[in-house]
Design a protein. Structure first.
Ligand code: MOS
Length: 748
């Protein structure tokens, strides 16, 4: 724990945090008793279904509304011609972190899968059939789907508000002067989030108050986005997300079909349920936009980078702006004195991309780590030695020191565990017993240690137990458990004595479960709330002549296992319940908040790091690739729950494998539709694809990053993993993959 906490409050992190506890929601989730948004069935609930655009670009000519209306059980059919008014413009962007949405505002088709009509009926079956009867007639235009034919533009920002370019020194000049140069271009595809739980909303109005059961990564933040469409204050909206079956960024921001279903509930005066069909999540709910990235590296004769230039073209929609910030990863990783990072947007006829699993780092590090591997080979250097020679002891983009950086230790631990020292430099040097070509490759993982703002409340109860509340959401990553561990430590209680309530917008705002910052951010607020409660309890005790703690002073007391102890005489103690009873208090409420002061960002660069090593086996005749081993070592500050952290990191490496070998949306060039818009056609790894995986964590004490010293592990391990696999494939085959996912036909 940080000294700051130790000095100021009588509680500390330690007895619950650090324990490898199992998920507290695990049994409910795997036995089906956990109620997800779409499991809610309010009385009189209607069902909404959307019809979607069959082409990516063009105009709606007609819809057979009469046929849909005539279907038994149908209550309402809306198209762009009769949809009731919304209070806000769907084509406006009120916050940078918002979608421009499709809410039947015109006859224009902007992407395949765009909602073009809403049918509401008494049953899901009736709504589904009536939507089918709409049989849209469209005027189709040739869709623009890729970098050729798309419309390039210079963006104002990339990702969520980062500058589109960054320069240190003179990279073009240094490249010109470099005795050794390497240049390459890598392509990454459109990828889709594919959370297990579909997007869904159950909307119910009571006058001008609105209750929404919906999966969302930020229940409080979702409210103003809806409020503007319905002309009500955000406080009138209750968003409930007790369980979330995966988000990956796609459930960070509400989108068009949600708004239509809520509008229907108001217009029809009954609750409405809308559940996105799997294929309907390929369009309006965001995706990772494809990139084409060019890297240029200049090196001296010892393999020291003299220049690093990373440019990314990123695809986006024709009407909105989100751009995968792919090149940004090169700002902070390797010590190139001359650095140039640039982005360009390319407009195509697809839905708007959005943050997805390490937005920027996943795709950017795939290209960067391949380029670094090629550069190492060009210098005939071991790839690890090359990375160590270019190790950044300060942040290359800003010159600031890192708040902590145990990447060297990660490299060493992972390399030792993997057996890297036995790696021959030459490709095509190793085979296995089946005659397959074996290759060993590596990549560096890096992710910003983000910290947002959060609030929390801790209520001590007369029986000595506590209720802890925050709006934060468990996406499936285990937040409900890790945050409860932190909260219990803040209160000096065992986790079983703490009731933990979260996932609802009427609780103190915990911000977003995203950016890998949720445990740190919400955790710090929870710890502070607990400390506040214990501080108030201490006041009661030390000022009460009847207490054994009388006169000990606020800092002379320690909270442990539901009792306050004197620091100068541990045997003199009193339980929380006794203190409250004598003070005549039924409850005692503590409040906490967290945020990172601006001055902190001026003093340090905050990142978590890791090293990932992979072994691949490639069939020399068929080109078929199997990943046979992966080892990752990660440094991410304090680990709150080693079991859950390992799952997160393993999951990240699996998503990296998925990036390298599996995931891509395939578009029909004629209609622009996605041909594999389901979990059968959109490949993600299954058990048989996943090799033996070793996840190591490296100890890291970080007194600067935040009060808890937690950096976050959610997205870290996807970065670097795809590159490690691509590099292993090169080492096996001598072929340099330049396009993700890597397909066997490029390897033979
Ligand atoms: Mo995310 S892509 O941090 O929800």
């Amino acid at each position: 724990m940080s000294d700051a906490i130790a000095a100021s409050v009588p509680t500390r992190l330690g007895s619950n945090a650090g324990q490898p506890m199992s998920r507290r929601d695990g049994v409910a989730k795997v036995t089906g008793t956990a109620a997800y948004a779409a499991d809610n069935r309010p009385e009189g609930c209607l069902h909404a279904v959307t019809a979607t655009a069959p082409v990516a670009r063009g105009r709606i000519v007609s819809l057979d509304v009469a046929a849909a209306r005539a279907y038994p059980g149908v209550v309402e059919v809306w198209t762009h011609e009769n949809r009731p008014d919304l209070a806000g413009d769907p084509d406006a962007k009120p916050f940078p972190f918002a979608f421009k949405i499709d809410a039947l505002q015109s006859d224009r088709i902007r992407y395949a899968g765009q909602p073009i009509a809403l049918v509401v009926a008494e049953t899901l079956e009736a709504a589904t059939e009536a939507a089918r009867l709409l049989s849209p007639q469209v005027e189709a235009e040739t869709p623009r789907l890729g970098f050729e034919g798309g419309e390039p533009f210079a963006p104002d920002s990339v990702g969520v508000g980062s500058p589109p370019s960054h320069a240190v020194g003179d990279a073009p000049g240094a490249l010109e002067a470099a005795p050794n140069r390497l240049e390459g271009t890598w392509e990454t595809p459109d990828q889709y989030h594919n959370a297990m739980e579909p997007h869904a909303v159950v909307a119910e109005w009571d006058g001008d108050r609105l209750t929404l059961d919906m999966p969302n990564q930020a229940p409080v933040m979702a409210r103003p986005m809806f409020a503007r469409f319905f002309g009500i204050p955000p406080e009138n909206i209750l968003v409930r997300t007790p369980f979330l079956g995966g988000g990956f960024g796609s459930k960070a921001i509400p989108t068009g079909p949600y708004v239509l279903a809520i509008l229907a509930a108001r217009a029809l005066g009954r609750p409405v349920k809308y559940v996105f069909r799997r294929e309907q999540m390929y369009g309006p709910t965001g995706h990772r936009g494809g990139t084409r990235q060019t890297l240029r590296l200049g090196m001296d004769d010892e393999g020291r980078l003299t220049a690093l230039a990373h440019h990314a073209d990123s695809l986006t929609s024709s009407f909105d702006e989100f751009l995968e910030p792919a090149a940004n990863v090169s700002k902070n990783l390797y010590a190139a004195p001359n650095l140039l990072v640039t982005h360009r947007g390319v407009r195509v006829d697809k839905g708007t991309p959005m943050a997805m699993r390490a937005p920027g780092e996943a795709s950017g590090s795939a290209a960067l780590e391949c380029a670094v591997d090629e550069a190492a080979w060009a210098m005939r250097m071991d790839p690890l030695e090359f990375r160590l020679r270019n190790y950044a002891d300060r942040d290359p983009a800003t010159g600031l020191p890192f708040s902590s950086k145990a990447l060297r230790e990660c490299y060493a631990e992972a390399a030792r565990t993997f057996g890297w020292e036995k790696r021959p430099l030459e490709p095509r040097s190793l085979t296995d017993a089946q005659g397959r070509l074996l290759g060993w490759g590596m990549g560096t993982a890096q992710f910003p240690a983000t910290f947002f703002a959060a609030q929390a409340r801790a209520t001590l109860r007369a029986d000595g137990t506590a209720l802890v509340e925050t709006s934060g959401v468990d996406m499936g990553q285990g937040a409900w458990t890790a945050l409860a561990q932190i909260a219990a430590d803040g209160l000096g209680l065992d986790i079983d004595q703490v009731e933990f309530r979260s996932g609802s917008s009427d609780l103190p705002d915990a911000g977003i479960a995203g950016g890998s910052g949720h445990t740190a951010t919400a955790g710090a607020a929870l710890h502070a709330a607990g400390s506040d409660a214990i501080g108030r309890l201490t006041e009661l005790a030390v000022n009460d002549p009847e207490s054994p703690l009388f006169g000990a002073g606020n800092s002379g007391v320690e909270a442990r296992a539901g009792r306050l102890h004197r620091r100068d005489d541990d045997s003199r103690s009193e339980s929380y319940a006794e203190i409250l009873a004598r003070a005549g208090q039924e409850i005692l409420v503590g409040e906490g908040s967290s945020s990172r002061p601006e001055s902190a960002a001026e003093a340090h660069a905050f990142f978590s790091h890791g090293a990932i090593f992979a072994e691949t086996a490639v069939d020399p005749d068929l080109g078929q690739v199997r990943v046979t081993r992966m080892v990752g070592a990660f440094a991410a500050g304090r680990i709150i729950n080693p079991k859950l952290a390992r799952s997160q990191l393993e999951g990240g490496m699996i998503w990296g494998l998925s990036f390298a070998l599996h995931e891509a949306a395939v578009h029909d060039p004629v209609t622009g539709r996605i041909a594999n818009a389901d979990l059968a056609g959109y490949h993600v790894p299954v058990h048989a694809d996943i090799p033996a995986m070793t996840v190591l964590t490296v100890h890291e004490d970080d007194p600067h990053v935040n009060a808890l010293g937690v950096k976050g592990v959610g997205e870290l391990a996807i970065s670097g993993a795809a590159g490690a696999i691509a590099n292993a494939i090169w080492h096996a085959t001598g072929r340099r993959p330049r396009k993700f996912p890597i397909h066997l036909e490029t390897l033979i």
